[in-house]
Design a protein around this ligand. Structure first.
Ligand code: DX5
Ligand code: ZN
Length: 233
């Protein structure tokens, strides 16, 4: 089994700032760090690949100045080759690109790694796991979308669990080290089944930042995730 720490599988709850109050971003980030979050998800949307706009490298640079947390940048943009380097330069520790947007995916992933960041590949709900067969030994992680990208607060698409199971199986069979991440509609209701399917990193936006207390929300999701891990057979 994969582990971040000598044989112990480590599940991360990854707050997505898309649901945070941007006027108080520093405080919002500090609150989830108090809850134990060690990784923060940053959604970049260009109004082309997805019908929404968010933020650019200067915001990542500002976040980098106020925290040492691992910055997990999710590019929902049509031209990842052009912009990925700017996000690494701004302080991203890892950058994921959509399979659907990357024409030369192998090169894109390797370029991100050459710049010193981890490289991930993202699958939309309609894209099967099988298309990644020849790049799973290159990617540091695979992000399975459990909603159609573009907006927070959408309903979880359960087929994402089948895709995670398939990825975890291939990973075991081929002895590969990539991590599996999920994004969209993650909440206290589905965290156990996601972990049991084999997922390592669980992105959660509204279920954390739209709760009464984001610090406790992170803690509760982490406890639920760790509990599910304990009973996995
Ligand atoms: C959706 C984004 C997600 C979003 C998840 O396109 O990629 O990261 O923030 O938000 P929730 O957890 O509210 O579904
Ligand atoms: Zn995302």
């Amino acid at each position: 089994m994969l582990s971040d720490n000598e044989g112990i599988r480590m599940i991360r709850i990854v707050p997505s700032i898309l649901a945070a109050d941007f006027a108080r971003l520093g405080e919002e980030i500090a609150a989830v760090e108090r809850g134990g979050a060690g990784m923060l998800h940053v959604d970049i949307m260009d109004g082309h690949f997805v019908p929404n706009l968010t933020l650019g490298p200067p915001v990542v640079e500002s976040i980098r100045k106020v925290t040492k947390i691992i910055l997990d940048v999710h590019l929902m943009i049509t031209d990842p080759d052009r912009y990925a380097p700017l996000f690494v330069e701004a302080g991203a520790d890892q950058v994921s690109v959509h399979y659907e947007a990357a024409t030369h995916l192998d090169r894109t992933l390797r370029n991100i790694q050459t710049l010193g960041a981890k490289a991930g590949v993202v699958l939309n709900p309609a894209t099967p796991v099988s298309v990644l067969q020849d790049v799973l030994d290159v990617a540091d992680y695979v992000l399975v979308m459990s909603v159609n990208p573009g907006f927070g607060g959408q309903k979880f698409i359960p087929n994402a669990l089948n895709k995670i199971r398939r990825l975890a199986k291939v990973r075991d069979e081929r002895g590969l080290p990539f991590r599996i991440e999920i994004d969209g509609g993650v909440s206290r209701e589905n965290v156990e089944s996601i972990v049991r399917a084999g997922c390592d990193w669980l992105v959660a936006g509204s279920s954390i930042f739209h709760s009464d207390d984001s610090t406790s929300a992170v803690r509760e999701l982490q406890q639920a995730a760790d509990g599910a891990l304990a009973i996995r057979v």
